[in-house]
Design a protein around this ligand. Structure first.
Ligand code: NAD
Length: 249
C-alpha cells in the first residue's frame, strides 16, 4: 500500500542521476525509482551494469554520457526533456578519486580530476537548470565529500574538487533561491563502494575504529538522505555530511 501511495505522489517527479551504474549513484536511482520517481540514470562506461539497473525497475531509464563532455551532457538533457518534458531533480554524483602526493600530481592528472569531478557538475547543472528556471521549481544535490570540508593528505586534488562543489552549492543556493530552486551538497564519509577497494581489511578496520558509529557507511545511508532532501522544501545551501560521526565540525 505504501508503495502504491508513493507511486501516486511521485509519478510526476523526474530525477537525473549522474554516474548511476554502480555504487552510490546506483543506490540513489533504485531507491528513488522504488518510490515512484522517474529516474534517468547516466552511465559512462559500464553498459552491462546500467542495463541490469534498468531491468530492475520500470521507472529507470538509462543514458550513456560522459559528463565531463558538454556535448554528451547536452544530448542527455535533450533526451530527458523529449521523454519527460522536464527535470525536477538533478543529482551530480559522478566522480573519480586518486591518491597521490601533491608534489607528484601532473597537469594531466589535475585536468582529469577537475573535468570529472568539478566541471561535470558545473556543466550538467548549467544544462539542466535552464528548464528549472523556466518552471520556477527544482532541486539540485551535489555529492561532495568530507574531504572537501576538512582536506585530505594525498588526496588534495580530489579534496579541492569537492570543496569547489561545496562552493558551487552555496553560491547557487543564493542565485537560484528566488527561482524556487534548492541546491545542497551531501558530503559522505567513507562508504562501502568500489571507490574504496584500494583499502585492505586492516585499513578498513583502522578507519572503523575512528568512527563513533563503529561502521563504514552503506550506499543506502546516502540514498535515504537524498530522498529526504528531495522531499524537503526549506533546506538550501547546506553541506550535509553523512559520516557516522567520523567528521564533526
Ligand atoms: P564509484 O566509483 O563506485 O562510482 C562513481 C561512478 O561515477 C562510476 O560509475 C563512474 O563510472 C562514474 N563516473 C565518473 N566519471 C564520470 C563521467 N565523466 N561521466 C559519467 N560517469 C562518471 O564510487 P562511489 O563511491 O559510488 O562515488 C559516488 C560519488 O560519491 C562520487 O562523487 C564520490 O566522489 C563520492 N564520495 C564517495 C565516497 C565513498 O567513500 N565511496 C565518499 C565521499 C564521496
Amino acid at each position: 500500500m505504501e508503495q502504491i501511495n508513493n507511486r501516486m505522489n511521485n509519478t510526476e517527479k523526474v530525477v537525473l542521476v549522474t554516474g548511476a551504474s554502480r555504487g552510490i549513484g546506483r543506490e540513489i536511482a533504485k531507491t528513488l525509482a522504488n518510490k515512484g520517481y522517474k529516474v534517468i540514470a547516466d552511465y559512462n562506461k559500464s553498459e552491462e551494469q546500467a542495463k541490469s539497473l534498468k531491468q530492475e525497475n520500470e521507472n529507470i531509464e538509462i543514458f550513456k554520457a560522459d559528463v565531463s563532455k558538454r556535448e554528451e551532457v547536452q544530448e542527455m538533457v535533450k533526451f530527458t526533456l523529449e521523454k519527460y518534458k522536464k527535470i525536477d531533480v538533478l543529482i551530480n554524483n559522478a566522480g573519480i578519486s586518486e591518491s597521490k602526493l601533491f608534489t607528484d600530481v601532473t597537469d594531466k592528472e589535475w585536468d582529469k580530476m577537475i573535468k570529472n569531478n568539478l566541471y561535470s557538475a558545473f556543466c550538467t547543472t548549467q544544462e539542466v537548470v535552464k528548464n528549472m528556471i523556466t518552471r520556477k521549481e527544482g532541486c539540485i544535490i551535489n555529492v561532495s565529500s568530507v574531504w572537501g570540508m576538512i582536506g585530505s593528505s594525498c588526496e588534495s586534488i580530489y579534496s579541492i574538487t569537492k570543496a569547489g562543489i561545496d562552493g558551487m552549492t552555496k553560491s547557487l543556493a543564493k542565485e537560484l533561491g528566488p527561482s524556487n530552486i534548492r541546491v545542497n551538497s551531501i558530503a559522505p564519509g567513507i562508504i562501502d563502494t568500489d571507490m574504496n577497494k584500494c583499502y585492505n581489511n586492516d585499513e578498513i578496520d583502522d578507519i572503523k575504529n575512528e568512527i563513533p558509529l563503529e561502521r563504514i557507511g552503506k550506499t543506502i545511508d546516502i540514498a535515504k538522505c537524498i530522498k529526504w532532501l528531495i522531499e524537503d522544501e526549506y533546506t538550501t545551501g547546506q553541506i550535509i555530511s553523512i559520516n557516522g560521526g567520523w567528521v564533526i565540525t
